[in-house]
Design a protein around this ligand. Sequence first.
Ligand code: ADP
Ligand code: ADP
Length: 234
Amino acid sequence: DIVVRVLDVKRYYGSGEAVTKALDGISLDIFRGEYLSIMGPSGSGKSTLFNMIGGIDSPTEGMVFMDEIDLAQLDSYELAWMRCHKIGYIFQSYNILPVLTALENVSLPMIFAGLSADDAREKAAGILHKVGLGERLFHRPYELSGGQQQRVAVARAIANDPVIILADEPTANLDVDTGREMISLLRQLRDKDGVTVIAATHDMKMLDASDRILWIRDGRADRLERREDLDIRI
Ligand code: ADP
Ligand code: ADP
């Protein structure tokens, strides 16, 4: 069951001599419920690929399908709906709002999706418990550790029960142990809730939870392999 299909996608920035081929012909099928890591050095095109899959930016050439829907066929309203309901985003810099409590940060996407404020708060509290922050509902980001802030970001990402989670270097600002906890939390979402997790990283230590790993370089797919076939010890 394929949830995302990327078909010969190119994304060029600029033109002529100054062109940057951020993606230069990538094709990829992502299976429902898998944990896929996208591995590549800085500048290899990971964020750009995420922006394509997440409907944040569109390809110069090629197509992206989500649940068999061609994203290019959606108008801006439909795209916004899809981003809100089907995709949860986690960024390396957490991107949670500093003036809001954990509970408010997690409630917000549900309110955008049409839930009442009371229902959103109740559901947000449940999700924060689930990610281990039941004792931190009313804390603001500056009162939380980096790992806890990233958990708030995970809680917010799953607020609307997304089909896929796009995690762009979710462990970049965490120490190794906290990073591993983050990865195992993402893995739990895949195992228990059947969420498809797509996580970009440039850190080999973060590959353990993956079902498959796509290696990209210079905007091209280098290699796609299953975790058990990885010939390097982590
Ligand atoms: P990453 O940490 O994933 O390498 P960056 O921090 O380099 O990403 O970039 C953050 C954002 O800035 C990206 O979403 C990307 O679209 C944008 N960006 C990256 N490089 C450039 C650039 N050369 N010019 C303009 N925007 C860029
Ligand atoms: P990664 O996430 O793997 O670090 P990116 O997708 O951010 O890589 O960037 C891939 C390439 O595209 C880099 O060379 C980057 O500088 C360039 N790039 C990304 N976003 C932009 C942008 N908005 N404008 C110009 N160049 C960009």
